[in-house]
Write a protein that binds this ligand. Structure first.
Ligand code: F6P
Length: 751
């Protein structure tokens, strides 16, 4: 018998023993109670039989005995008694006269008995006595005849046969109980074995998300069905409790993350795939320069990669990128103190135009952000998108040292990548994180390749969004357009043999902030900004930091600033708004249009409210390095984040992190993921210009005490829910799924 079957049988036996031991005890008790009962019953029947025999013998002897008594013929009486004694059960006979003497008796008549034996009375049922000879039945019957004084016939029956039978009966009853016990035990083991198998198959199916969970499936396990919901709830609440315990007790930092990889993922290789690279090499005036892109994705994933020391695969888009990479397109980063490898993928201009500018940014970006810019879908863009996704999938397979790496796929540029990687590395754990919002099914439905995109994403082991709301939208979209099975309780999607967990992981930033040790003081930052912008020392400063993108609500923000000056003219000359706008996707028409609209609105506001050299809005459409942006954050009295729709928005969290003086106010759009976490910000609807202007005024006039209270609370949240926690939670879930998959393979083999 194979080992797995032996193991299962052993488990069934162990299970059955829990039933068999009490059963054996119960049977033994029963046997001991039943035997004396049966004994007593049998004795009663035997005595009744003997009494009948006594009556029969007495009535048979009546006539010959009275004759012989009348004759007084002793020898004939003895002969008569001897004849009767041939009956093997009859042991002795005696005759008592009315005076109580016993003139006639057989030799066998026990000397312990006489005519006055206590309990013996004529014509009554006999009595049982234990004599040295053994157990006997003694009965008396009257012998009356005309002309004769009354007498009594005493009949003594040998009851040893009863003792023999009683011993046999006990033996047989015990034997019967033993056999009964064995038969019941065998049946129990057999039934337990079958049930165990059934349960195991059911639970295994549950692990795979099959069978019993399918409402109309023929293979339903009706025994488990009522328990499925409870079992799932239990597992989920255990999972959640564990996750909560993990979250509550772990202080997330790079070391925790490294430890997690070592322990839970036993040092498995981590690969990251994103379109945007963390370091861009460009030809500058003085030679090759390194740039950090304005990207929330890079801000979040870079510290994680530093902790994991894996390989980051990204598009090499910088003008000097090829020059610094080796012949395998790899280079160690960060420059100067390397901690992980950057693998660059080279794209032709056509590929970049079709995949990145076209399908990703003219199609998917406006499709997922409801920001009133229409998506554009072209066949040629789609073809490039497919080709480039395949290129990245091939690169992942090349970089994988084993067949089961953990791959973190980033964002909407790679919706097809998960299923492409899955084909090349079926055992890989794929965590896809969608950094932008996921729209409702109707909005997503306008994409001509909606099914292909969804199928591509469902190659993921885990699919992460910033908020539960985006997860819900995604589940509903899949439900609408694909044939899959969705489990809302566990937030999983089953399709083919794959199971994808759809979960929310709100992204965050590094904590403590990277410049903590080297950054200038808040006072120095305030002085620096006011000096370089020629502002009065007490001039209030408002700040916006974004890529120049129509989803960021920059126009709405500027309109709110304009309205502020209209409503509170006292602020003219006392309030400066600085808008840092990193140029982005500027080859696209919509972005060019936005650029010119932002510039002309800025001009318009400045024209209306400038006084001498004072220009109320300072627009800086240029790239800024993160350290510089941090100085602006520290100098700003208020930071405005007014996105029309945003997955998370890390500017909000960066601003909070930069304010170790616990000063400054955050005005935050209700349409950002961050608004679900940073409740102490002044939450606004950016479409409502007056409301945003009033919030801005409230921020500029807020007491120091209130600023501190709000900022302290938000800092606590960003500190605890930092980017290491974001990555850690995904990796913990991945580790758990990997373990579960290994377990199901093991259980699967044992069937
Ligand atoms: O918001 C999605 C996102 O990928 C961010 O992570 C990042 O801020 C931005 O888009 C990057 O855009 P791009 O790489 O096109 O400049």
């Amino acid at each position: 018998m194979p080992l797995s079957k032996r193991r299962m049988l052993f488990r069934s036996l162990r299970l059955s023993l829990r039933f068999i031991v009490p059963l054996a005890a119960a049977l033994a008790i029963l046997a001991y109670a039943v035997v004396p009962l049966v004994d007593r019953l049998y004795l009663r029947w035997s005595v009744r039989d003997i009494d009948i025999r006594v009556d029969l013998i007495a009535s048979t002897l009546q006539e010959p005995l009275t004759d012989l008594l009348q004759q007084g013929n002793r020898s004939k009486i003895n002969a008569l008694f001897s004849r009767v004694l041939r009956d093997e059960r009859l042991f002795a006979i005696g005759y008592c006269t009315g005076g109580g003497s016993m003139p006639y008796r057989t030799q066998t008549f026990p000397k312990e008995l006489d005519c006055a034996t206590p309990g013996l009375s004529a014509d009554k049922p006999g009595i049982m006595l234990k004599l040295p000879e053994g157990l006997v039945h003694v009965a008396a019957r009257s012998m009356a005849a005309e002309g004769l004084p009354s007498g009594t016939l005493i009949l003594v029956h040998d009851m040893r046969f009863f003792e023999r039978r009683s011993t046999d009966t006990k033996k047989y009853i015990m034997l019967l109980f033993v056999v009964l016990g064995i038969v019941i035990s065998l049946i129990t083991v057999f039934v337990a074995h079958l049930s165990w198998r059934g349960w195991m198959e059911g639970v295994r199916a549950m692990l795979r998300g099959e069978g019993i969970l399918r409402p109309f499936s023929r293979s339903r396990n009706s025994e488990l069905e009522p328990l499925v919901g409870d079992l799932r709830n239990l597992l989920r609440s255990l999972d959640e409790e564990r996750r909560y315990a993990d979250d509550a007790t772990i202080w997330w930092n790079p070391d925790t993350l490294r430890g997690l990889l070592r322990k839970q993922l036993t040092g498995d290789q981590v690969l990251v795939v994103s379109n945007r690279e963390p370091y861009i090499h460009v030809q500058g005036k003085t030679g090759i320069e390194v740039r950090r892109p304005a990207s929330g994705l890079v801000t979040a994933v870079e510290p994680v990669m530093r902790a994991c020391s894996g390989t980051w695969i990204a598009h090499g888009g910088g003008s000097a990128d090829r020059e610094v990479a080796d012949q395998h397109s790899r280079l160690p980063v960060p420059p100067g103190h390397p901690e992980y490898t950057l693998r660059r993928i080279w794209l032709t201009q056509e590929e970049e135009a079709g995949y990145y500018y076209g399908f990703a940014n003219e199609g998917l970006w406006p499709l997922c952000h409801i920001a009133h810019v229409r998506p554009v879908f072209r066949n040629s863009d789609w073809e490039h998108y497919v080709t480039v996704n395949q290129r990245f999938a091939d690169a992942v397979a090349e970089e994988a040292r084993k067949d089961d790496p953990v791959v973190l796929v980033q964002d909407y540029h790679f919706a097809l990548l998960p299923s492409m990687i899955r084909k090349l590395l079926p055992r890989a754990t794929l965590i896809t994180f969608w950094h932008i919002p996921w729209p409702n099914p109707e909005s997503f439905g306008i994409c001509p390749w909606r099914e292909e995109l969804l199928q591509g994403m469902l190659g993921s082991t885990i699919l992460g969004f910033h908020t539960r709301f985006h997860c819900k939208n995604f589940l509903e979209t899949v439900d609408r357009y694909l044939e899959t099975r969705i489990e809302h309780e566990s937030s999983t999607i089953s399709h083919g043999s794959m199971l994808t967990l759809v979960e929310s992981y709100p992204i965050s930033i590094q904590w403590p902030p990277p410049w903590q040790q080297t950054q200038p003081t808040v006072e120095e930052c305030r002085d620096w900004v006011r000096r370089t912008m020629h502002l009065e020392r007490d001039c209030l400063v408002g700040l916006g930091v974004d890529r120049l993108d129509y989803t960021k609500g920059i126009l709405e923000r500027l309109r709110a600033v304009e309205r502020l000056f209209e409503l509170y003219p006292d602020l003219i000359g006392r309030f400066q708004f600085i808008q840092i706008a990193a140029p982005s996707r500027s080859v696209l028409e919509d972005y060019q249009a936005l650029d010119s609209r932002v510039r002309s609105l800025t001009e318009q506001i400045n024209k209306r409210f400038s006084r001498g050299s004072y220009q109320p809005v300072c627009l800086k459409v240029e790239h800024h390095e993160p350290e510089e942006i941090n100085r602006y954050y520290r100098a700003a009295d208020v930071c405005m984040v007014t996105s029309l729709h945003d997955g998370m928005n890390l500017v909000a969290k960066e601003y909070v992190a930069s304010r170790d003086d616990e000063r400054g106010v955050l005005v935050l759009s209700q349409f950002t993921g961050a608004a679900h976490e940073l409740h102490e910000a002044l939450i606004v609807n950016p479409y409502h210009i007056e409301q945003t202007a009033e919030a801005l005024f409230q921020a500029l006039t807020m007491s120091e005490f209130e600023q501190r209270e709000r900022m302290r609370s938000m800092r606590g949240l960003v500190r605890d829910f930092n980017v290491y926690r974001w990555a850690g939670r995904m990796l913990i879930d991945a580790a758990r799924i990997r373990q579960r998959e290994k377990l199901s393979v093991r259980i699967g083999r044992s069937v």
